[in-house]
Design a protein around this ligand. Sequence first.
Ligand code: SF4
Ligand code: MG
Length: 323
Amino acid sequence: GEKLLQVENLRKWFTIEGDTWFAKNQSVVKAVDDISFYINKGETLGLVGESGCGKSTAGRVILQLLEATEGEILLEGENLAALSTRQLKNKRKDMQIVFQDPYASLNPRLKVRKIIEEPMTIHLKLSKEERMEKVKQILHDVGLNEAYMDRYPHEFSGGQRQRIGIARALAVQPKLIIMDEPVSALDVSVQAQVLNLIQDLQAKYGLTYLFITHNLSVVKHISNRIAVMYLGRIVEIANRDHFFEDTKHPYSKALISAIPEPGSKHRRERIILKGDLPSPVNPPSGCHFHTRCPFVMERCITEVPDLVDVGESHFVACHLHNE
Ligand code: SF4
Ligand code: MG
């Protein structure tokens, strides 16, 4: 496929100042620590990891909402850091985001028509009439209708609000949409409907998604490729079938083992990891996963495993697979 987005050696470090009664102290959180991946046009990359692993931060850096500490982000081969303010404004139109919380991400004082119209006003040269035509069409696209235009966010259910959030992202015809846990705040019964909508819209408009989630089962069926993050690093990336059928990384195996399989006779054995997710302020040395890994070896404690190609664009960062 043709690459829409390329992320090269991206780092985002935060400095945290903390005062104690006897000293000032500073610590560095390596929220995103040297990640590289690409997304082909028209595909969905599922970016999976526990909360605090850096996946949302990565999304915000890609969107230029946060400045990268290091590394490059290329959209259609263009390095975003090299663009002028004006060019960047143009590019912003091509990348939109749908946030996790449909209650917090819509301005409660704006009517739905205004919420969806606003990004068009900023990015598209359309008349008021043209914008209103588009608002109606987009509402229809997301399974709502124009009768909703003059209502306020509080009049809607969570699922409907997320449809409005999706409509707002669609309004400027973006190339890439970053879905940051778009169904995690919704009732389970509504999640499947919104996921179906997200897939239908991709087919209709040729959209490319970076789908960020802590829940592997949510992206299992909709991703073309899956990337797993652990404490700021990508530990495995592969196309969907390879990822599930030939899982390499012990952490990925544990995540897969936690997916419930209703109705299956042969139950997978659940891999229970010891301990909690370590703090990103002071992550374990070597392989960050070594404190919880059932296969930990001597070298894991000191040597950071490289992300290596094990064939067919399947990459894994683990000493077990790096001979
Ligand atoms: Fe486990 Fe070592 Fe592989 Fe890390 S490098 S996942 S600790 S075996
Ligand atoms: Mg998050």
